[in-house]
Design a binder for this molecule. Sequence first.
Ligand SMILES: [Zn+2]
Ligand SMILES: [Zn+2]
Length: 429
Amino acid sequence: MSRLLLKGGRVIDPAQGLDQTLDVMISEGTIEEMGPRVQPRGAQVLDMKGLVVCPGFIDIHTHLREPGREDKETIATGTRAAAAGGFTAVCAMPNTDPVNDTAGITRAIVEKARAEGATRVYPIGAITRGQKGEELAEYGDLKEAGCVAFSDDGRPVASARVMRRALEYARAFDLVLIDHCEEPTLAEKACMNEGPVSTHLGLRGQPAAGEAIVVERDVLLAELTGGRVHIAHLSAAASVDAVRRGKARGVKVTAEATPHHLFLTDEAVRETGYDTNTKMNPPLRSEADRQAVLLGLRDGTIDCIATDHAPHTVDDKKVEYDQAANGIVGLETAVALCLDRLVGEGLVELPYLVALLSTNPARVLGLPGGTLAPGSPADLTVLDLAKKRQVDASRFESRSRNTPFGGWILKGWPAMTIVGGRVAWKDAR
Ligand SMILES: [Zn+2]
Ligand SMILES: [Zn+2]
C-alpha cells in the first residue's frame, strides 16, 4: 500500500489536545507518525499548507436506504455524498426494506459497503423485529455480524416495558440504544412543531413536550437498568434539560443534535411558503428550543453533531405539506454549515467542533478512529476554512436533492477525505 505524507497542515486532534502545524505520515492504512518535520522517504507528498487536518468525521445517523429504496439512495451514492461532505464513516440506520433486524441483512450491508462504499459503513440493527416495537431483535447475532448499536429510528419504542427490556438486553452486549424520542399519541397526524406558527399556518403540530416526555422516560430507564441510551436528533429545550440532569446524576446517556435543528426554526415553514424541505421528524422547533439546543451543544450536554441524512425522491416531497415525506439530506452540507454558522460566528471553537464531529461520535459508539494518534486508522478529514461557496443541490453526490439549504453561501468547506490511507474524495472545484 502506498504511503502518504500530509505536509504542513494545521493538525487538530482533540483526543490528544493537539492544535499545531505538523506533518502526518500515513502508511499501510494507519497513522505512522506525526511531527514538525517528517521526511518523505519515498511517500507521496500532499501539500496541506493553509488547510486543517483532522481525524475523520463520523456521522452516527445516516439513512442509506439500501436495501429497498435504491431510487432514493444507495450505499454507493450515500457514501460518496458522505466523502464529499467530509465524512470518513457513517452509521447506517436500520429502517430499510427489509428492516436490518437479522444478521443476514447486516452482513449483506457490510459486504456491499466493502465493495462499493467510498467511506466506512457501520450498520445499526433494529431494537425490535421489523421495528414494530414488540419483540426484541437478536442483539448477539447482530453484533457479531457487524452492528455497532441498535435503534428503531423513524419510530419511537412506544412501550416503556419493551424499552426497559431492550436496555437490559443491549447492556449484556455493551451496546448503545439510539433513541428516536416521540410520544406517538401526541404526534399523531402532525406535520410540524406545535406553536404560533402552526396555528397561523393551519397545520397540525406536535408539541416539543412529546419528545421530552420520552427523553425523560428513557433517561430514567437507563438509570434503572444501567443500560446506555443515546438520544437521537434532540430538538426541544426540555429534552436538553432532561439529558443535562441525567448526566449530572451519572446516567449513561449521550445525545446528538442535527445542523437543521441548530440553524433553522419552524419559522422556515412559513418563510419558504410551505417548502416540504422544511419538513422532518422531529420537526423544526421554536427559537427558544433552538437556543437551548445550541447551549446544550456548547456546554457538553450534547455530545455530537449528526446529520440524520434522509434522502427522498422528488415525488415524495412534491406533494401537499401534510402529505410529504419527513426528512432532508444532510451529508454534503453539515460540515460547511457548522464551520460557517458555529465556528464562523464565534459560537464554538474549531477544535471543539472537530470533537463534536469525530472524537465524540467515536467515543459514544465505541468506533475505531476519532484520533490521529500513531497506530490509529488513517481516516482523515481536511478542511479549507477560507473557501466560500454556495450550496448547489444539483451538484450533490447523493441521489436525492431534498435540502432546505440550497443557495446558502457558506465559508469553510471540506477539501479532502482520506479513508484507510486512500484519498476517497478531493475537492476538484
Ligand atoms: Zn429519527
Ligand atoms: Zn433518522
